[in-house]
Design a protein around this ligand. Structure first.
Ligand SMILES: NC(=O)c1ccc[n+]([C@@H]2O[C@H](COP(=O)([O-])OP(=O)(O)OC[C@H]3O[C@@H](n4cnc5c(N)ncnc54)[C@H](OP(=O)(O)O)[C@@H]3O)[C@@H](O)[C@H]2O)c1
Length: 230
């Protein structure tokens, strides 16, 4: 059994590649794998424990960029304010209250969107166009790296994670297993999207695991591509 104070104090992330930031996702899920406590689009503050929330902030504090899907940002508390120099929300509609702290509390805030999307931003927020009709993630990440982002924390949700994972753009996965069962056939999990063929499942290595009370905290790192089999 660990104590919360021991966990994720120093994450020792590898250096960022030159063409994109080093990328990791952090999510909390129930034992049956669901990542919402209510409906898709509701906030999930009641899903993780206080320790989970504290560890999420610890991971965030060791990141210089934070990225989130539009539905997740709309669901999150209006006061949510990740303290990273770069804050990016992925969206083609741009429908947000641009006065919320996510956009306005210092650093640089962006809406990552496609060239085809038509919306205006305000309050100093910038559009970061990457891709014709929908966001092209390799292109977006290369732009962020050029701007100086080195370590990018992706907060989900499920649809954003799926696109990042399906293009093999994620280096680490942090998962908290919350001691709860939600049930439901069509609720979001860690990553949704289209399934990968069985011969192309992505393999990760377990690099940390911790138990605090009834919570389990695991950290996986992507196997070095091309070196490990299976
Ligand atoms: N348990 C956890 O740790 C955790 C973490 C995060 C979220 N959640 C929960 O998960 C739910 C949201 O997840 P979700 O999977 O429904 O949504 P999501 O991934 O947060 O956001 C999906 C939205 O992102 C935008 N988007 C995604 N890919 C895009 C692309 N390639 N180009 C342009 N825009 C793109 C679109 O926004 P527009 O419609 O604006 O164009 C799309 O509707 C919420 O209830 C949230 O509370 C749980």
């Amino acid at each position: 059994m660990s104590t919360a104070g021991d966990i994720y104090q120093t994450l020792d992330f590898p250096e960022a590649p030159t063409h994109r930031p080093y990328v990791y996702i952090d999510m909390v899920a129930t034992i049956d794998g669901k990542t919402v406590s209510g409906k898709r689009g509701d906030d999930v503050m009641d899903l993780g424990s206080d320790v989970d929330h504290a560890l999420m902030r610890r991971i965030q504090d060791q990141s210089d960029a934070a990225m989130v899907g539009a539905t997740t940002l709309r669901a999150a508390s209006a006061m949510w304010d990740p303290k990273t120099g770069f804050r990016i929300v992925v969206s083609n509609t741009g429908q947000f209250d641009y006065r919320r702290p996510f956009f306005s509390s210092g650093g640089q805030a962006f809406v990552a969107c496609s060239e085809a999307s038509k919306f205006e931003v305000s309050n100093g927020v910038r559009r970061l166009e990457s891709g014709k009709d929908k966001v092209d993630f390799p292109l977006l990440l290369s732009k962020l790296r050029e701007m100086g982002a080195r370590h990018l924390l992706c907060f989900g949700g499920s649809e954003l994670n799926a696109q990042m994972l399906s293009q093999d753009l994620v280096d680490e996965l942090f998962l908290t297993i919350s001691p709860k069962v939600k049930l439901g056939r069509d609720l979001p999990t860690y990553a949704g999207g289209d399934p990968l063929p069985r011969e192309h499942l992505l393999r990760f290595n377990l690099i940390e695991n911790h138990v605090v009370g009834d919570d389990v905290f695991v950290r996986y790192r992507r196997e070095v591509r091309g070196i490990h089999a299976g």
